[in-house]
Design a protein around this ligand. Structure first.
Ligand code: HEM
Ligand code: CU
Length: 578
């Protein structure tokens, strides 16, 4: 607030002049956001293709010669890792974090624009290193996205040589990129808010992105050290994670290390990672729902504290991923209890979204459809989490398709629904054009219904005991033959959902040229990013003067006012919270 001056130089001061400084080596947060997003979507498509290949094998075994058991494991690993880290984390924070933070808090840019630019190029490098592993001898690692040692670096696992080394290197580079971006986001939110933008007037989008970034800064170091330690185990033969081992009849040189230590480090990162992805999504979906229901968000303060509480709690539940590793019952009890406690603030959020919709003036726009779809998928995914959080229920279900169904619903599909909501919602601001509504709705229905066609049956497969990460299920007597027809139907649905994403891509690119000009603030939104003098906002965002904020971001349908919304920078006195 009083620090607004930090980011308040006149925009002309370093307005980029050449094509290169404007679009390639750009320090403008909006351009960096687009660079992050395009790269993330590109690798995301690679991950999508990999999932299609896996599904082909599972649905129609023995039909596709080019998928063998090793490549199946490699696809699983690369698919999982890309989706979680290189797509979702990068797109939500590097993409939307970058685009929205300065605009929503009324700053001209990030506080450290050069570092921000460096963050993108480092991220790009991590992606290149990751994808390079497809082309090295042995191919990418097939250790599973959890990379558990000892098997990750030992013979027998695909890509145990080059593949795993490149994966670990790529993760380390990614974390460096994330840290540069993350420090920027945190500092910018804390130091560069414009006049009047108190913390408790910030849109929930910013609260979600901010808290997620703090989580990332605390959690990623655990992954960084484990990557470095495993790299040392692999390359120079230390034994951090490697016990004494007999492999193929041969005693290996390792001794005394602890694979369980890796699991603890990994999940100390891995669980908060779920919320690094979820919290920005929670924030964005709140704002989309409020805007398109023309109603203030129900329980704003409760929503803020729920985000913060979930963020804090997410650091004390990690071992619920390790029930099968064997642990003292007291620890099992502890981690089950903390896991169930997280359900409380999470449920509060779901209730508040529904209560925001309640008696709202609901516009079923494309962003709103995706937001409502998210409430469904997230609730369903969350409910199965309550089951898996209990030790006794988790033990038989662990490593089955029930788990695959659970995490895809809750952290695969749900954040993707919000990302689509967000892209459609902010598309008019970013491009100055409207997307094609019919295509958008078709895209929604394919994606939403397809999600259920893919993942509902997987819960049932899990009950049957169908194991996760298996190339083929035939020849097991406990899995009935009917499981195969389910698998075929899942595969067909997955292919349809995958192809229907082309509707989205086509819409995004077609509308760039052919969409109707969107004009200012087509949704009638209150938050600052829609109040810039130009659409799309120019370098420096605000013209000669920073906006001044008089109210929170949720003054929709305030009684006694003419328009059904009052922008945050509007001085008029009426409004719920002045
Ligand atoms: C149409 C969309 C998707 C399809 C069809 C799909 C399909 C699959 C399949 C077939 C597996 C392997 C299951 C196994 O053999 O154990 C898998 C694993 C996985 N997927 Fe997806 N997936 C999709 C989207 C996503 C998204 C958006 C995420 C983001 C979080 C994600 C994260 C993962 C993870 C973390 C794994 C586990 C990898 C491992 O076991 O190491 N998936 N997915
Ligand atoms: Cu977890």
């Amino acid at each position: 607030m009083q620090h607004a001056a930090i980011a308040d130089q006149t925009p002309e001061l370093h307005d980029p002049h050449s094509f290169i400084t404007r679009y390639i080596w750009s320090q403008d947060h909006k351009v960096i956001a687009i660079q992050y997003s395009l790269t993330a979507v590109f690798v995301g498509l690679v991950a999508l293709v990999l999932s299609g290949l896996m599904r082909l094998q599972l649905g129609f075994p023995d039909t596709f010669d080019f998928i063998d058991p090793s490549s199946y494991l490699q696809f699983v690993t690369m698919h999982g890792m890309i989706m979680v880290i290189y797509l979702l984390t990068a797109l939500l924070l590097g993409g939307f974090g970058n685009y929205l933070i300065p605009l929503m808090i009324g700053a001209r840019d990030m506080v450290f624009p050069y570092l921000n630019m460096l963050s993108y190029w480092t991220y790009l490098l991590s992606v290149i290193v990751l994808l390079a592993s497809f082309f090295v001898p042995g191919g990418p690692t097939g250790a599973g996205w959890t990379l558990y040692p000892p098997q990750a670096i030992l013979q027998g696992t695909p890509g145990y040589d080059w593949g795993i080394i490149l994966m670990l290197a790529s993760l380390a580079i990614f974390i460096i990129a994330f840290t540069m971006g993350g420090l920027n986001y945190v500092t910018t939110v804390l130091q560069a808010r414009t006049h009047g933008m108190t913390l408790m007037r910030m849109p929930l989008t910013i609260w979600g992105i901010f808290t997620a970034t703090v989580l990332g800064l605390l959690a990623f170091p655990a992954l960084l050290v484990s990557a470095i330690m495993m790299m040392l185990d692999k390359v120079i033969g230390t034994s951090f994670f490697m016990p004494a081992l007999l492999s193929l009849g041969e005693t290996l040189d390792y001794t005394g290390g602890s694979p369980i230590l890796f699991q603890h480090l990994f999940w100390f990162f891995g669980h908060p990672e779920v919320y690094i992805v979820a919290l920005p999504a929670f924030g964005m979906v709140s704002d989309v729902i409020a805007t398109h229901a023309r109603k203030n968000i129900f329980g704003y303060r409760m929503m803020v504290w729920a985000i913060v509480a979930i963020g804090g709690l997410s650091f004390v539940v990690w071992a619920h991923h390790m029930y099968v590793s064997g642990m003292h019952p007291a620890f099992g009890f502890f981690f089950a209890t903390t896991t169930l406690i997280i359900a409380v603030p999470t449920a509060i959020k779901v209730y508040n979204w529904v209560l925001t919709l309640w008696r709202g003036n609901i516009h079923l726009t494309v962003p709103m459809l995706f937001a409502i779809g998210f409430i469904f998928t997230f609730t369903h995914g969350g409910l199965t989490g309550l089951f898996l959080g209990n030790v006794t229920i988790d033990l038989p279900l662990s490593d089955t398709y029930f788990v695959v169904a659970h995490f895809h619903m809750v952290m695969g599909v749900s954040p993707i629904m919000v990302l689509f909501a967000a892209i459609y919602h902010w598309y008019p601001l970013i491009t100055g054009r409207m997307f094609h509504v019919g295509l958008g709705k078709a895209h929604f229905w394919f994606t939403f219904l397809g999600t259920y066609a893919i993942y509902l049956p997987m819960h049932y497969l899990g009950f049957l005991g169908v194991p996760r990460r298996y190339f083929a299920m035939d020849g097991t007597d406990f899995i009935p033959a009917s499981a195969q027809s389910l698998n075929a139907s899942i595969t067909i649905s997955a292919l349809i959902v995958g192809l229907s994403q082309l509707l989205f891509l086509y819409n995004v690119f077609w509308s760039l040229r052919n969409g109707k000009p969107a004009g200012h603030n087509p949704w009638g939104a209150t938050s600052l990013e829609w109040q810039t003098p130009e659409v799309p906002p120019r370098h420096g965002n605000w013209g000669p003067e920073l906006p001044r904020v008089y109210r929170w971001a949720y003054d929709y349908s305030v009684p006694g006012t003419e328009a059904d919304f009052i922008p945050q920078n509007h001085p008029e006195q009426k409004g719920a919270e002045g």
